[in-house]
Ligand binder design. Structure first.
Ligand SMILES: Cc1cc2nc3c(=O)[nH]c(=O)nc-3n(C[C@H](O)[C@H](O)[C@H](O)COP(=O)(O)O)c2cc1C
Length: 215
């Protein structure tokens, strides 16, 4: 196992927690051996377009008459799918934006989820099945059980569904919460909890890189 696809989607280019954590994973991956390479895509700095047409959700053989995709849009979609196909593992930064994922990350997901190509429909088409993907979710608040935010995290459950169920990938989730504890006054009493969450995320990612990268 040697090639990692490293994706970031935070709009924060300087103080981002998810960027720092995905970079830590990528560095740990690199450190395993000279054969452990990394391909990087910054979904915020180099934003993908939205899907040009609903036809891109269907494999070409499943499109109905009139559903046509421009060659450039088809080529970009294929490139994004190929990047996942050629990777042995993926790490993706998924900050919480308004209870969900950034639209830049959603655009990538919409491109790689294709019925009959990467998702099963008329046959067992799931070429990403079993591929490890590490989701690094950063969030300003906490959504832990027993907190007011419990049940309102629309980052991790949808990602588990689309990556793990629809695409069949082996999903690992690492969360860093309370990243805004030092900025938002009502969260200040939870600052130590936020620091502990970050330390645990760092440790998990170093361990996961070693485990996945030496499988
Ligand atoms: C547009 C935007 C929306 C946000 N919405 C939420 C939110 O709904 N819940 C939350 O806990 N934090 C929210 N935050 C805070 C971020 O989740 C937090 O700053 C996190 O650390 C972002 O990841 P990053 O540090 O990798 O940029 C939001 C931040 C931005 C910029």
């Amino acid at each position: 196992m040697s090639q990692l696809l490293h994706l970031d989607s935070s709009a924060d280019r300087t103080g981002s927690t998810s960027r720092a954590l995905t970079a830590l994973f990528a560095d740990s991956w690199h450190a395993i051996s000279p054969d452990h390479s990394v391909i990087y895509r910054d979904l915020h700095a180099n934003q993908l377009p939205h899907l040009e047409t609903n036809a891109q959700h269907w494999a070409p053989r499943l499109r109905v008459p009139g559903e046509e995709v421009a060659p450039e849009a088809e080529a970009l979609q294929q490139q994004l799918i190929d990047e996942v196909l050629s990777a042995d593992a993926v790490v993706v930064g998924a900050p919480m934006y308004n209870w969900g994922i950034p639209s830049t990350l959603k655009a990538w997901l919409d491109h790689i989820c294709v019925l009959g190509t990467t998702m099963p429909l008329d046959g067992p088409t799931q070429p990403f099945a079993g591929k490890p993907i590490v989701v690094v979710s950063s969030r300003g608040n906490t959504y832990a059980p027993g907190t007011p935010g419990e049940g309102t995290d629309f980052v991790i459950p949808p990602l588990r569904e689309v990556l793990g169920v629809a695409l069949g990938m082996d999903v690992f989730v690492v969360t860093a919460e309370l990243t805004l504890a030092n900025r938002v006054a009502p969260l200040a009493p939870l600052a130590a909890q936020g620091e502990a969450s970050l330390a645990a995320a760092r440790s998990s990612l170093v361990d996961l890189a070693k485990t996945i990268g030496t499988r």
